[in-house]
Design a protein around this ligand. Structure first.
Ligand code: CP
Ligand code: NVA
Length: 330
């Protein structure tokens, strides 16, 4: 089937068909091979992109910038714009749309990403909002595909932790779209939002997948990949106490990995991760609550099962694919 994504925004994976997501994954694998072979790219030559950030970032910013440069484009990083302070979102979007061929947005509200896309007249790419993190989920599935050694439709992914956050939402959506079996293993207080869960469970029934929620750790049984994310997302920094109470039993450690019953199960994390005391936040939490590691033990994070740095690298290739597909000369 012919897929053409030119001019499209990338706001949520809900907007994309399984064929379109497959196209983006195939393109990501191609672009990764091309980079490995040292073949210079020109697919974004003559294109300018702007990266609007309301929240901090390492991977997403660097992936957008290096992906753009690799293919001959130019990138502006903008974290102190007038938007919303001295200039309306609508006016800012219209101005950026005159300067740039594409806009990346990372921020607090999904609505801001949607509104930027409405007014800019050029594609807007979601680099994380309160609701979702779609470029992350593409990289996660690319990594699963590289490691699992079998078709995605035969893979089982268990997401353990805060199952209603941005990363979990996008994973649940991409799994349902591609027929990957998805189990959220989480406390009752941190279930995926009911409407989204219902929609994705219905979609998974059509694609041959399955979308489930379990509150007991045995829910990871049979998993090919165990995924976790931070217990407290950006913008929720006043929630440490309650989240530690809810999520401590769900820490991904060697005992939990053993519950998969699959010695080949891989460990995934979008990063950044709290697995030791080498961060300011990690040390503050240690001082106040006595924890040396949070969502993942240092042992699992550094184990041979961990694929977190492959996953981080794949942010580059998948983000490049999204830009090439939507604004590139391909
Ligand atoms: N995973 C991810 O989005 O990382 P950054 O916050 O560093 O961009
Ligand atoms: N859920 C995390 C993801 C960070 C990449 C957050 O929003 O902070």
């Amino acid at each position: 089937m012919h897929v053409n994504l030119k001019g499209r925004s990338f706001l949520t994976l809900k907007d994309f068909t399984p064929q379109e997501i497959r196209f983006l994954l195939d393109l990501s694998h191609d672009l990764k091979r091309k980079k490995r072979m040292g073949i210079p790219g020109d697919l974004l030559q003559g294109k300018n992109i702007v990266l609007l950030f309301e929240k901090t970032s390492t991977r997403t910013r660097c992936a957008f910038e290096t992906a753009c440069w690799d293919e001959g484009g130019n990138a502006t990083f903008l974290s102190n714009s007038q938007m919303g302070k001295k200039e309306s979102l609508e006016d800012t979007a219209r101005v950026l749309g005159r300067f740039y061929d594409g806009i990346e947005f990372r921020g607090f509200s999904q609505q801001t990403a949607e509104d930027l896309a409405r007014y800019a007249g050029v594609p807007v790419w979601n680099g994380l909002t309160d609701r979702c993190h779609p470029t992350q989920a593409l990289a996660d599935v690319m990594t699963l595909e590289e490691c699992a050694g079998k078709p995605l439709s035969q893979c089982k992914l268990a997401y353990v932790g805060d199952a209603r956050n941005n990363v979990a939402n996008s994973l649940m959506i991409i799994c349902a779209k591609l027929g990957i079996h998805y189990t959220a293993v989480c406390p009752p207080e941190l279930m995926p939002e009911a409407g989204l869960l219902e929609d994705m469970a219905a979609l998974a029934r059509q694609t041959g997948g399955e979308t489930k929620v379990r509150h007991d750790l045995a829910g990871v049984g049979g998993a090919d990949a165990v995924y976790t994310d931070v217990w407290v997302s950006m913008g929720e920094e006043d929630r440490f106490k309650e989240r530690i109470r809810m999520l401590q039993p769900y820490q991904v450690n060697s005992a939990l990995m053993e519950k998969t019953g699959n010695p080949k199960a891989i460990f995934l994390h979008c990063l950044p991760a709290f697995h030791d005391l080498n961060t300011e936040t990690g040390r503050e939490v240690h001082k106040e609550y006595g924890l040396k590691e949070m969502e993942v033990s240092d042992g699992v994070f550094r184990s041979s099962q961990s694929r977190v740095f492959d996953q981080a690298e794949n942010r580059l290739h998948t983000i490049k694919a999204v830009m090439v597909a939507t604004i590139g000369r391909q």
